[in-house]
Design a protein around this ligand. Sequence first.
Ligand SMILES: [Zn+2]
Ligand SMILES: [Zn+2]
Length: 357
Amino acid sequence: MPATGGRGGASIPTRMRAVTFHGPGDIRYGTVPVRRPGPGEVLVRVEVALTCSTDVKTFRRGHPVMIQAIPTVFGHEFAGVVAAVGKGVEQFTVGQRVAAANSAPCLTCGYCRSGKENLCDRLLFLNGAFAEYVRVPAALAAVNLLPLPDDLPAREAAFLEPLACVLHGVDRAGVRADDTVAILGTGPIGLLLLQAARLRGARCIAVGRGALRLSRAYACGAEAVVDLEATPDPVAAVRERTPGGLGPDIVIEAVGRPEAWEQGVATVRKGGTVAFFGGCAAGTQVRVDTQRLHYEELTLLGVFHHTPGHVREALNLLAGRRLNIESLLSHEMSLKDLEAALTAMERRDALKVVIVP
Ligand SMILES: [Zn+2]
Ligand SMILES: [Zn+2]
């Protein structure tokens, strides 16, 4: 028993297998100590973790917000089983299945109090899903760690965080029934946005590249797919596929490159909305046609992260089995193959990869 007054932990090893991040391009598979949960903390045995494009970016260039010190354990999408709880944890018991978002808002700053917890000044991030155990900080255990229904598979439950981001995105973009929505990007997030927009009754056009991804876009409910490799003028190709050729009501950008942001603005119809979901590299800029922005009343929106409300909505959708989750997964690998998984995602040879520790 840990000296914290918590429960469980009798069978927890002192060391575990994990992948650690040492700097851009340098991740290592090895063993690290298992840290026992302190007051309010929950130690979760990871059943599955998922790779995320953010992990690919972190692997290549570090992360300004999520990685504060190196070396560190990393990975942030997972589902598992409570292995031990720290002192004062009443809402979780050892053996309970759970999934968590990757952050917790403070709930006290001005943004949190106005319902914009995604913009919290003191967002606390979680790292360490690419390991046998992950220790969930007290603030996160209190707000964004949720018990799972028995029949929800871990590989689906691990979508809690990306789905919460996506639900925030379609809310922010104002997607409604019968809207025509173009989704730029057919990576896992683009495909998840597509499904979320479809659930709201929108007609969706997917824009991307890569045979695997484009075929999955149809499986996720796209009415039309534009292949960037085969289309000299993607703006015209999207517009042709909208009613009257006017352009989509809403464009959601899920690529994270300035060219795609600009393409989104060029594609949307008069009076339409462009939501920028994909974060671009620091220091990049885009050019906007001021005439279109003003005289055509475009609405351009940034979209970042999620709120506790969207995390709960995500769990409800996952529990209702309303999404085609398997179409967002391409491989299953072990922890030691994480680097290969991230590299395959980078080459667009993989969608999300299920990592089983
Ligand atoms: Zn993620
Ligand atoms: Zn806050």
